[in-house]
Design a binder for this molecule. Structure first.
Ligand SMILES: NC(=O)c1ccc[n+]([C@@H]2O[C@H](COP(=O)([O-])OP(=O)(O)OC[C@H]3O[C@@H](n4cnc5c(N)ncnc54)[C@H](OP(=O)(O)O)[C@@H]3O)[C@@H](O)[C@H]2O)c1
Length: 208
């Protein structure tokens, strides 16, 4: 029997970047078309670039039309596009994601994503440790998975930084296919609630 896909929101950090445009957004669109995403689903783009949600939807439409083998059209596209939104935010300053946590609660209420999140860090490796810290500070770590795009780290120091940043409840594993850090809740997850620790993995969806 197929495993149930639990409701969740996907957050793409670096939503204005090349990987997002060429690989991640087309990959999510394909998954949506194949009905391999949960009914309770939303995709939030996060980056520093100023952009409205309408502009993000339009640029996603343009990117999908350019880079996907499946054109963005019909009711399926309209429903997918409705679930897209954009949040302009920083990565480096402490507390930068506190307001974002409130925003994600609104997404949960609107799209039934139940507080589960997958965070895809499509940003330079120099920003990974900061993102993991910001997620923890904002209390977004409960049931979270964090995807780090390769290259995973740049050198020994950045490996230590990432390790230190993810010690807030994460365990990591790496291999030739997946590089992942799974962060577990320190307390049992309450039904329909959010709040414990992140997990990171190399997404298989980008095909990179
Ligand atoms: N492109 C690919 O096909 C590909 C393939 C495999 C792996 N990757 C990996 O995926 C990650 C993203 O690559 P990319 O090609 O998408 O890079 P990119 O086009 O330069 O995009 C990076 C994004 O990260 C954001 N960002 C946040 N903090 C940043 C900082 N301090 N410096 C620069 N950008 C920052 C930028 O958005 P804002 O400026 O709006 O915040 C930008 O949109 C990298 O780790 C790369 O090695 C990429």
């Amino acid at each position: 029997m197929a495993k149930e896909i639990l409701p969740q929101a996907a957050v793409i950090y670096g939503a204005s970047g090349d990987l997002t445009k060429r690989k991640l957004l087309p990959a999510f669109w394909h998954l949506w078309l194949q009905q391999r995403l949960p009914k309770g689903f939303a995709l939030v783009g996060y980056a520093r670039t100023a952009m409205t949600t309408e502009e993000f939807r339009q640029s996603t439409f343009d990117d999908v039309r350019k880079f996907s083998t499946h054109p963005p059209e019909g009711d399926a596209w309209d429903e997918f596009a409705r679930r897209l939104s954009y949040y302009q935010g920083e990565f480096l300053e402490p507390g930068a994601m506190k307001d974002f946590a409130t925003y994600l609660e609104k997404i949960d209420a609107e799209f039934g994503t139940e507080g589960r999140r997958i965070f895809d860090a499509a940003v330079p490796p120099t920003v990974y440790a900061d993102i993991v810290r910001r997620i923890g500070e904002a209390g977004l770590q409960q049931d979270a998975k964090i995807v780090l795009e390769k290259p995973f780290v740049l050198d020994l120091q950045s490996a230590h930084d990432l390790d230190e940043g993810s010690r807030t409840g994460c365990s990591s594993r790496s291999g030739t296919v997946d590089t992942s850090t799974t962060c577990r809740s320190r307390s049992p997850r309450r039904s329909g609630s959010r709040g414990a620790a992140p997990s990171t993995s190399r997404s298989a969806t980008s095909g990179t």
